[in-house]
Design a protein around this ligand. Structure first.
Ligand SMILES: [Ca+2]
Ligand SMILES: [Ca+2]
Ligand SMILES: [Cu+2]
Length: 218
């Protein structure tokens, strides 16, 4: 579910991008008296990315992204059904030069039954911001697992952070929120039994695999 409370200022940009993609469509938006019409709140359901044949992959949740008048972005993530006691990398995904993207589903698996983080890139885009608990929030922190929220003993995460990120603020209306990390073999740890991450052989696939995603295409 997506609630658009304020119109985007980038209708012209988006329309141009859509035109350049050859996609037919018309952009419509409500009139907006706010001096900074990027300011707004966007809420999404977080849905599983993987097929339910992938063990321990079917979490759920919701997220809210708010572009504040002071230029800060507030992101709230409420998620359940995640691997308990393990950190979950979370990012705002999207592209600054593209119209609204979306979330991948199981069909994006490339035929091997697993939607890797790379399999999902054409759907949700690259990393615009890292939803860390402290410190840096840029893409440089994408895999900083020591600074991501840890799911509690019941597999729940409740996260809110307000931070300055120009890209995240400017694209607050089009980002996807992606929560990563699935303990596929259920051993209570991220390990290499299911292989390495599609991003780096130094990290297990379990640590970076997308678990939940929320965005326009849900
Ligand atoms: Ca795959
Ligand atoms: Ca494991
Ligand atoms: Cu991500």
């Amino acid at each position: 579910m997506r609630t658009r409370t304020v119109a985007s200022t980038t209708i012209a940009t988006v329309a141009a991008a859509i035109a350049s993609l050859g996609i037919a469509g018309s952009a419509t938006a409500a009139h907006d008296d706010n001096p900074s019409s990027k300011v707004g709140t966007y809420t999404y359901t977080l849905a599983p990315v993987q097929a339910d044949s992938v063990p321990n992959s079917q979490g759920w949740g919701s997220t809210r992204i708010t572009a504040l008048p002071n230029g800060k972005v507030q992101v709230q993530v409420r998620a359940s059904g995640l691997a308990p006691g393990l950190p979950h990398a979370m990012h705002l995904h999207g592209e600054t030069d593209m119209p609204d993207m979306g979330c991948p589903g199981p069909a994006a698996d490339g035929g091997d039954g697993i939607v890797s983080v790379v399999d999902g890139l054409p759907s949700y885009g690259g990393i615009l911001a890292s939803l860390t608990t402290t410190g840096d929030t840029t893409a440089a922190s994408a895999l900083a697992l020591d600074r991501y929220p840890v799911a509690d003993a019941t597999g729940r995460i409740s996260y809110t952070r307000t931070f300055v990120d120009e890209q995240a603020w400017a694209n607050a209306d089009t980002v996807q929120v992606v929560v990563h990390g699935i303990d596929i073999n259920g051993n209570g740890a991220y390990d290499f039994e299911a292989g390495p991450s599609s991003l780096t052989s130094a990290a297990p696939l379990e640590a970076t695999i997308p678990a939940l995603c929320g965005g326009i295409a849900n």
